[in-house]
Design a protein around this ligand. Sequence first.
Ligand SMILES: C[S@@+](CC[C@H](N)C(=O)[O-])C[C@H]1O[C@@H](n2cnc3c(N)ncnc32)[C@H](O)[C@@H]1O
Length: 540
Amino acid sequence: MSSGSSQDIRGEAIHGTPRSGPGSSLVKTPAHLNSSGLRIEYAEGKGRGVYACREIPAQTLIEISPVLLFSAAEYEEHGRHTVLDHYTFVWRDGHMALALGLGSLFNHSQNPNVSYTIDPSTESINYVTSRRVIPDEELCIFYGHKLWFDPVGTTDTMPADAIEERDDGWGGLSGVADDEDDEVARGANEPFDSFADGDPSQLVPEEALPFKRLKLTPDEEEEGMDSVRTEEAWVVDLPDPRLAATMLKWLKQSGLDTLSMAHLKRIRKVDDKMSMVLILTREHPQPPAFPENIVLPPPYVLTVPKTAALTMTSLKLKSSLWPTIYAPRKRFEPEPWSRGKVRWACEAIKQVIKQAREAGDKGEIPIAAYVPVPYDEETRIATHMYEPISAHDTRTSLCHPLRHSIINLVRDVGELRASTLHPSSTPTLPSTPAFDTTSPPHQLTTAENRSVNGAHYLLTSLTLFTTHEPCIMCSMALLHSRVKEVVYMIPMEKTGGCGSLTCVPRLEGVNHRYVVNVWKDMGKEWVEQNGLEVNDACDA
Ligand SMILES: C[S@@+](CC[C@H](N)C(=O)[O-])C[C@H]1O[C@@H](n2cnc3c(N)ncnc32)[C@H](O)[C@@H]1O
């Protein structure tokens, strides 16, 4: 597993000296209490292995193994000269790791039925089935191409390049998918059907989802003074504490009591000295003028925190500038997904790919977007979405640089919903091509306008799937549309507004944030084979 060169030790173990390494079959295998229906058994020519006692659906979390970490030096000096060399692999920061529990007993297969992700925060590895596993089937992971033993198993045909590079230890496991990296699961041959069976109400563990959710809010918040965000405000000293009530009343009446300072306490008391923060200088560049009956010293500018304190440490730091409100935020807790909902997403992804391919066949840029009928009944009723809607890119056919699939779709969905509320208001829906330039739009009456109330561009509560990452323009349009969630497949390094170039819903100050889910990386080859490759400068 390690990248050491202790061939002799490996050789001894592989060829089976009892108790000297993996593969000794002189000892009975222990029972295992793992509740996922796994057992340990000898696997012909491989030593112990992990087997399924019953059928296990795809994407089931079957084991969480804590790991023991060794420093690189400790490992180099001791570990690698022992049998541990068969079991340890490269972790992060140069550490070596030994999986406890069942983790060290999964054998290698070229066609694995189990994938794994490391979780550095709990120093553990999660093992998830990448396809349906039948009773008594051996559960195997993929160690990588550089093996240090001769793999056993009919399907384990070694690629030539792997044979050449064989003595590199458990290099493959150094490629364990790290949840901070993108890879979610292996077994990419069945990318969209792994959830086809199993209980639809069963919740899917985060690491088994076929997409990765982008974090929209930072976890760490201002734990050092240099990271505290500040701005300037007008402050006045109150020589007489009784003036505080009069001033508060005046602030309210004069409209200076704005929400932008809700994170600050109005009054600061240091020893006997009382001061009051009045207004941010960006909102009021000049010092506010007090009414004649209130006699106070002139206001002065002071640096104050820009936001509330999320942690006790930041409260202490911020309050040293000005008393600040403590408002611990719930960490970003993503909504759990059930197998049924993942299945729904897989179907939507298949649809959007189909639409994009068809667009490509017609000579358009092969990018499409799709809003399926919402998964749950409640949202279907609330949104009036009983038909899926899709749109593709029409920049080529309409010779118009703004006809991106998402812009087309936002308009189509919005208009469909507006027409559901007011059938007379939008007579030509959904429009294909998405921008019908021939028929003039119906002019809404004032009353219609009021009750449609933005429904003609709103995607509130809906999930939008797109083949390619939305560009910044489209990401902004999605923000205005109040879409709930966006799922995309192909990141757009040069133009993407949902994680690549920037992440619009993560920007400070935006008044709506939508969830962004990035489908697991299908690889460049897959993109090419499916006709979804677009010019680097193109965006969705
Ligand atoms: C992490 S251990 C796996 C558990 C091991 N079979 C045991 O009994 O402890 C890795 C070792 O298992 C053996 N092994 C794993 N997969 C194998 C395979 N496909 N064919 C042959 N040996 C295998 C090799 O000896 C390897 O060094």
